[in-house]
Design a protein around this ligand. Structure first.
Ligand SMILES: N[C@@H](CCC(=O)N[C@@H](CS)C(=O)NCC(=O)O)C(=O)O
Length: 201
């Protein structure tokens, strides 16, 4: 498998999951500005949507959309329990989290990256995001991981998007349980290895 990634972006989430599952994979860096891959191809020929992450399977098929990719990966190694079995209520609970993260936190923080956006608009999106952080802080005050005691693909995703706070000068310590959670996930060997690989890439 090949993971097409760009450092500091949402592709870190499937990258972490690949390492947590100890699956064999190759990393291919994408320049998100030029849409060129590190091996000299036009990334849009791989993912016509033009954004990371994309996962190329051994038969050449390409999966996109982070929440779908991480579930596909987790199902390759069900024994590792990064996702509950398909068809269970717990799996739906995981999908509930993934949908919340992608629509409320990932997409909710995207406007803060827009340099062209006026500060008043950014303040609106920041306050909206902070309400979501308040909610997450309450959940993580009671729970080690989003799914309870079991680390899951949703945690790889939340850790990834929380990492963007440093780009927006958002101090995560305002939400102590969320900050402690991010620090805890950041200590996992697979997470450290993924961050190291992306820094060297
Ligand atoms: N819906 C997609 C969004 C992916 C996405 O937002 N990718 C960003 C990085 S976090 C990107 O590559 N943006 C570059 C672009 O849109 O040109 C997913 O959840 O995977």
């Amino acid at each position: 498998m090949k993971l097409y990634y760009a450092p500091h972006t949402c592709s870190l989430s499937p990258h972490i999951v690949l390492r947590e599952l100890e699956l064999p994979f190759e990393l291919v860096k994408v320049n998100n500005q030029t849409k060129q891959t590190a091996d000299g191809r036009d990334f849009r020929t791989i993912n016509p949507k033009g954004y990371v992450a994309a996962l190329e399977l051994v038969d050449g098929d390409v999966l996109t959309e982070g929440p779908a990719i991480v579930q596909y990966l987790a199902d390759l190694r069900p024994g590792m329990q990064l996702a509950p079995p398909n068809g269970t209520r717990e799996r739906t609970r995981l999908q509930e989290w993934l949908n919340f993260l992608t629509s409320e936190i990932h997409a909710g923080s995207a406007p803060l990256f827009q340099t062209a956006l006026p500060e008043a608009a950014k303040a609106h999106f920041r306050e909206r995001l902070f309400k979501r952080f308040d909610y997450l802080d309450g959940i993580l005050a009671e729970s080690t991981y989003l799914m309870g005691q079991q680390f899951s693909v949703a945690d790889a995703y939340l850790f990834t998007v929380l990492g963007w706070c440093r780009f927006f000068a958002i101090d995560l310590d305002r939400w102590p349980s969320l900050a402690a959670y991010a620090a805890r996930i950041g200590e996992r060997p697979a997470v450290r290895a993924a961050l190291r690989a992306e820094a060297q890439g």
